[in-house]
Design a protein around this ligand. Structure first.
Ligand code: SF4
Length: 359
């Protein structure tokens, strides 16, 4: 008997129809000092620690480091929160980062400065549609990127960060496994080309990284011939092809410090420049062009959802306890299996997993 159910080989991601404009927090003269002093006191009073992503504002990153918190990629943020003694984690980042912190720290309270902070990759991959696609391909191992909801992680066999994706996929490929990969098509394509694995790619993308343009980088290279090009692998293949270094946020920061070149063209969210400037004194950092003349992108090299994190929101959640992140315990228990599989693999192989996504 033949089946009349046809399953698309290439899954359609949910289109992300609304990308908010980038709105940076604007503070009145002297307000930053007042806010930071109040926040510092409340972090102590509430037994809380601030963990901030590299793409948040310099003010938030500085505050996190000054108060014994951490600035990192999302997985390291969650791991730091696990090791921290504080009972409350305040996650300055986007929703999936808060969820990952909660999954790894179910006994702790997780707060976020702004509940509207999403991620286009997460939004492109709703759990119900993704689960149906996985169900239609039961012969494939399901590998998802960190930039996904708790429910999508719960449906996966593995969760990976950008810094370990190649190694995990190569490992599964060597075992003869065929894969489903979600949600970032550019990172999936990059991993597929390196490993040669059989991968069905979900067609999501990052609204920031997909805007980088190869022709703009070439033009910049014509001006700065000695510059090195650093690219996050959520960028299009034509941009990755121009890179001297391809890597996660943590890997790009490390490369910026270690490379001999004094001028660096960087294709990732420009929030990374706060940390990159600190580790590259004297070097010139250039933002990779996103659209050239007449660009229409609303998120030119900066994530609009990351920009929603501000000092006012941070103070508000510390005062009120609002914006707490909850993860269904059953989903959390399944999601942590996929995360732990990666962590165990990293432990066995010595691969560093720090460096999540764009994030
Ligand atoms: S920059 Fe990061 S958080 Fe923002 S849309 Fe892209 S992947 Fe998501």
């Amino acid at each position: 008997m033949t089946s009349d159910i046809s399953v698309p080989e290439i899954p359609a991601a949910r289109p992300v129809t609304h990308v908010p404009p980038v709105v940076e927090e604007v503070l009145a003269p002297g307000e930053q000092d007042v806010l930071t002093e109040r926040i510092k006191a409340l972090l102590v009073e509430r037994d809380a620690v601030l963990v901030a992503h590299y793409y948040t504002s310099g003010a938030l990153q500085k505050l996190a480091e000054e108060t014994g918190g951490c600035v990192s990629d999302s997985l390291e943020m969650a791991r730091f929160g696990h090791a921290a003694k504080a009972k409350t984690l305040v996650v300055a980042g986007v929703r999936f980062m808060g969820e990952t912190a909660k999954i790894l720290n179910p006994e702790k309270r997780v707060l976020m400065p702004d509940p509207r902070a999403e991620c286009s990759l997460d939004l492109s991959c709703p759990a119900d549609a993704f689960s149906a696609f996985c169900d239609a391909h039961p012969d494939r191992v399901v590998v998802v990127y960190a930039n996904t909801s708790a429910a999508v992680k719960a449906r996966a066999d593995w969760m990976v960060t950008s810094s370990i994706a190649v190694q995990v996929v190569a490992h599964l490929h060597a075992l003869g496994k065929k894969l489903i990969w979600a949600p970032d098509r550019y990172l999936g394509d990059y991993v597929q080309k390196i490993t040669g694995a059989d991968m069905l790619l979900w067609q999501g993308s990052c609204v920031v990284h997909e805007k980088f343009k190869a022709e703009g980088i070439r033009a910049l290279k014509a001006q700065y011939a000695d510059a090195a090009v650093l690219v996050h692998p959520e960028s299009p293949a034509s941009v990755i092809a121009l890179a001297d270094v391809v890597g996660s946020t943590t890997q790009l920061i490390r490369a910026a410090a270690e490379l001999p070149q004094q001028t660096l063209i960087v294709a990732t969210d420009n929030g990374i420049f706060h940390k990159m400037h600190l580790v590259t004194p004297g070097k010139t950092l250039l933002e990779a062009p996103t659209g050239g003349a007449g660009a229409t992108c609303v998120s030119c090299a900066h994530c609009p959802w990351m920009a929603m994190n501000g000092l006012r929101g941070l103070l508000h959640v510390l005062e009120s306890g609002d914006n707490e992140i909850h993860v269904d315990p059953g989903i959390g228990r399944r999601a942590v299996v996929a995360i732990n599989r990666m962590l165990q693999f990293a432990g066995q192989t010595g691969v560093t997993v720090a460096g999540m996504s764009g994030d």
